[in-house]
Design a protein around this ligand. Sequence first.
Ligand SMILES: [Zn+2]
Ligand SMILES: [Zn+2]
Length: 141
Amino acid sequence: MPSSADIHEILAGHGIRPSRSRIAVYANLAARCDHPRAEDVYRDLSPALTTLSRTTVYSTLSLFCKKNLAREVFTGENEMRFDAKTFPHAHLFCRKCGMLADAPLPSAFPARAPACGGWTLADVQLTYSGLCPRCSAACCE
Ligand SMILES: [Zn+2]
Ligand SMILES: [Zn+2]
């Protein structure tokens, strides 16, 4: 778990001015592996950081994505999920409870897109969807 001084340095290294709320949002995102929504991060932080708003959390997470410090994970649902792990990896998405977990990228999956005429491509994602172990067990009972 990076210290607040480390996070200060990480943010500055990505060209992000390290404010108190940005440090708190990054610390929260980096500490969890559930790929939270902006709302989840806000709910965690708002009791201690009473001046924090939902809009600030959302715009901070978007800024992190723009600066390649975090990425958005596409689930196919109408919601945005965020990930502090920016190295290539796949995701497992539960259609029932919304759980989003990490999985290794299969070796045959291209980690970068092939050259496509005129496109500037920044990201490629692989998300498997189905039921998590808990929801699978519940539906077979
Ligand atoms: Zn589930
Ligand atoms: Zn992930």
